[in-house]
Ligand binder design. Structure first.
Ligand SMILES: [Zn+2]
Ligand SMILES: [Zn+2]
Length: 427
């Protein structure tokens, strides 16, 4: 059954992986982010592989050594739930440095390690260079290309992925502190970078507009700071399940597909002025000379604008041979809209739990379940919501100038501002 007009490979041929999350040892994260909770939540979502996050943190790393047992090659499993999802050792680090014309470069990088032993070696090498205990996402003052050099000398099996590459701060292409190309940033180490994380604020179709990114596998992860956010973005890899299979797929750009959040939901997707109520596409901003028609001040430009600055292809360009991107709305949000109740309300949470008990795991419901067969189980409006999400029939008002974007499945009239069907307006 097609989802977003894409024929997905059979469920048993793929594994779903979320490769970037944070533990409770990172700043601004939920206290619940621990291995037992991650295992339980990832299982109910239908994630087959979940990142540990934060293996650079000494205390968390001791927990990982205690709680994880080896499973398939390069993967681990929670020792009390050996039928549960597999764990892959992951960490994120932040490099803040000067390079070229800009001071204050800030680039975040996701590191995946093939074993606890290699992770321990990475920790030994990084410990003298920064404070690993201060934060689950440690900060270093040297150029990010030197991080690549250091890691590849430890093991060629370590996977290095520039994180959420378009966010204005803390990213490779970020408008404020970033670079214009992978090569400008990584220089002689560029060939060791073969995957980029698109992040919540961009999706593969936005990245396809840069021919310079054609050689990179584009990955999508949740960067979750709380259990509920696990898997809001994820990657489907072809089986067999193993670390080296995953690394090969990234090197050869052969993912099955990625699961995307709508980038328009981000609060800096489009351009505009919040206080003046002005919401512009990059094109409209250009037509107005970058100035707000209400107050005359420069408009706050968003992620899409930055993508267009670097893009050499028109919107909607689809390169050949790229894994497709599937856009989904989390089941909890579909239920919330179908019932007309808040995501946090008891009735929505209870319905969500019931659906998972009766219908199976979240991703299986959203992507693979035969909706006809679920007629008896699901409230008809929830069923219709899933159908519309699969068909991509949604109304979206993009985020701008600090205002989150909004998605509406059932009616555009609900939102006070004008909104348009996604397919026509944006891509
Ligand atoms: Zn980050
Ligand atoms: Zn204004």
């Amino acid at each position: 059954m097609p989802v977003n007009n894409i024929s997905l490979p059979p469920r048993e041929k793929i594994f779903l992986a979320d490769l970037h999350i944070h533990s409770r040892y990172s700043r601004a994260t939920s206290k619940e982010m621990s291995i037992p909770v991650l295992a339980k939540v990832a299982f109910s979502k239908g994630l087959d592989v979940i990142a540990t996050g934060d293996f650079t943190h000494p205390e968390y790393f001791s927990e990982l050594k205690q709680l994880l047992e080896p499973a398939e090659e390069g993967l681990y499993v929670f020792r009390d739930f050996t039928e549960g999802p597999r764990f892959i050792l992951s960490a994120e680090v932040s490099n803040i440095f000067s390079q070229g014309p800009k001071k204050n470069r800030r680039v975040h990088t996701v590191i995946l390690a093939p074993s606890l032993e290699v992770a321990a070696e990475i920790n030994r090498a990084l410990a003298p260079l920064g404070n690993l205990e201060a934060d689950g996402r440690p900060v270093f003052g040297f150029p990010v290309k030197d991080l690549v050099k250091l890691l590849r000398h430890i093991s060629p099996e370590i996977i290095i992925i520039p994180a959420h590459v378009w966010t204005p701060w803390y990213s490779l292409f970020g408008a404020f502190s970033g670079f214009d190309s992978v090569e400008e940033c990584f220089e002689e180490e560029s060939s060791y970078i073969y995957a980029l994380e698109t992040g919540l604020s961009s999706d593969p179709p936005m990245n396809w507009r840069l021919s310079s990114l054609d050689r990179f596998a584009l990955v999508s992860n949740s960067d979750a700071h709380s259990p509920a956010k696990l898997g809001r973005e994820a990657n489907a890899f072809f089986r067999p399940l193993s670390y080296s299979q995953l690394q090969r797929a990234l090197k050869e750009d052969r993912l099955a597909f990625t699961i995307e959040f709508f980038p328009e939901e981000g609060k800096y997707h489009f351009d505009g002025h919040r206080t003046c109520g002005v919401l512009f596409s990059p094109e409209e901003t250009r037509r107005h000379g970058g100035k707000c028609p209400v107050c005359g001040e420069p408009l706050t430009v968003g992620v899409m604008h930055r993508v267009e600055e670097l893009a050499d292809r028109p919107p909607g360009f689809i390169p050949s041979q790229k894994p497709p991107a599937v856009h989904l709305v989390p089941l909890l949000e579909i239920i919330s809209e179908a019932l007309g109740k808040g995501v946090q309300s008891q009735i929505v949470k209870r319905t969500y739990q019931q659906l998972l008990e009766l219908g199976g795991k979240e991703f299986d419901l959203l992507l693979y379940a035969d909706l006809e067969e679920l007629k008896e189980i699901l409230p008809s409006k929830v069923l219709e919501g899933i159908r519309r999400v699969r068909e991509g029939k949604l109304y979206i008002r993009p985020g701008y100038d600090g205002v989150y974007g909004r998605i509406s499945i059932f009616s555009e009239e609900k939102s006070p501002e004008p909104s348009q069907p996604r397919q026509q307006s944006l891509f």
